[in-house]
Design a protein around this ligand. Structure first.
Ligand code: G3P
Ligand code: MG
Length: 358
């Protein structure tokens, strides 16, 4: 290496620590900021608006593409959040692209689950709403429902029968993805049971269960209502209990999201990518010791069984901070999964970190 390239090895303001923020119960309560979150985040930027401390959002929630979630968060929190700073429960689904890229898949949940999957590159994806609308009478209580799905509205406004975009009557569903919290549990459980027990075509005889993926497995989470709400894990239990009663073999599924250790490993890599990048990865080979390793990574969460457990299982360099603005409301630490630090709000957590890191 030339001496010029060595000169570029001057110390760089890389941060030795990073932060992962949980969203529901820490940053937001429903749609509104809580715990002084906008102020807390502003403290992580320098005077010129540059990011001083690498941070990202690590949520088990979702339902809209990361780019849109980043724009929404920027709006409510008053700082500029990049799509690369948003990790949602379903973000790891993109790693399954090669397996299902051209296969018919269904996407379940609130928001725009099919759009989420299309943005990851999946070519033949239908929301469960749209999929169900192609099967007449699949929901025997649909007429009693006071709401209309987007598909039903489109159909009546154009006064035409729905024509499936794919041959759903002979093309098997290769996999079902629960992207976000399901809206119509009854209909969704019914149609998922139809797909899963028939081997991918509702109404057909029993077949092999197509793979089923959940973005997360939160039993309960904190939204705007004072007590906790049933989450995707609760839906999973409902679906599983029913499926196992009506089908000969037990339901098989894979859940992503926190507290899986691989989520935290992946977050570590994403935080490293948010660091200033004028150095190449291999520059250390030239003798400049430029490490990507963080001394400490902070997980600020509200759910001991999800956020704290996950950080604990991930081990070094994770340090867990539990707030009292969400699922956890105890006076002392959580008994089973005690955090490294308990504070009232996310702002207190950030103040603690900045002081500790001095
Ligand atoms: O539906 C969202 C919920 O399950 C958890 O969100 O941000 O607390 O991980 P979060
Ligand atoms: Mg939370």
């Amino acid at each position: 290496h030339s001496s010029e390239s060595r000169i570029q090895c001057r110390p760089e303001p890389r941060s030795s620590f990073g932060i992962a923020f949980d969203i529901d119960g820490v940053i937001l309560g429903g749609r509104a900021p809580i715990g002084g979150s906008p102020r807390a985040l502003r403290k992580l930027y320098g005077a010129s608006g540059t990011l001083k401390v690498p941070f990202l959002f690590l949520t088990n929630g979702g339902g809209i593409p990361e780019s849109r979630r980043a724009a929404e968060l920027s709006e409510v929190l008053g700082v500029n959040i990049l799509p690369s700073q948003v990790v949602q429960g379903h973000t790891p689904f993109r790693n399954l692209l090669r397996r299902y890229e051209n296969e018919l898949i269904v996407a379940v949940g609130k928001g725009e689950p099919a759009l989420v999957m299309s943005e990851y590159g999946f070519k033949k994806v239908l929301s469960l709403d749209e999929y169900a609308s192609y099967f007449k009478d699949i929901d025997p209580v649909a007429q009693y429902k006071m709401w209309r799905t987007k598909q039903a509205l489109d159909c009546s406004s154009h006064l035409k029968e729905l024509v499936p975009r794919y041959d759903v009557y002979s093309d098997r569903v290769s996999a079902a993805f629960v992207v976000s919290d399901p809206v119509d549990w009854g209909r969704d459980i019914q149609v998922l049971c139809d797909i899963l027990r028939s081997g991918g075509i509702p109404g057909w005889e029993n077949g092999n269960q197509p793979p089923l993926y959940f973005a997360a497995d939160d039993l309960e989470y904190q939204a705007a209502f004072p007590s906790q709400r049933l989450g995707m894990g609760a839906f999973r239990i409902a679906l599983e209990s029913i499926f196992n009663r009506i089908h000969r073999s037990t339901l098989e599924y894979v859940s992503f999201g926190k507290p899986n250790p691989f989520v935290f490993k992946n977050t570590e890599a994403l935080l490293a990518e948010l660091q200033p990048s004028q150095f190449d990865d291999h520059i250390s080979e030239s003798g400049c010791s430029q490490s990507h390793d963080f001394k400490t990574l902070y997980m600020i969460g509200d759910n001991p069984l999800v956020d704290v457990k996950g950080a604990q299982q991930a081990g070094h360099p994770w340090f867990s901070i539990l707030t009292r603005t969400g699922v956890f409301k105890g006076k002392d630490n959580h008994k089973e999964f005690p955090a490294d630090m308990v504070v009232d709000t996310v702002e207190e957590a950030v103040d603690f970190i900045l002081k500790r890191e001095g």
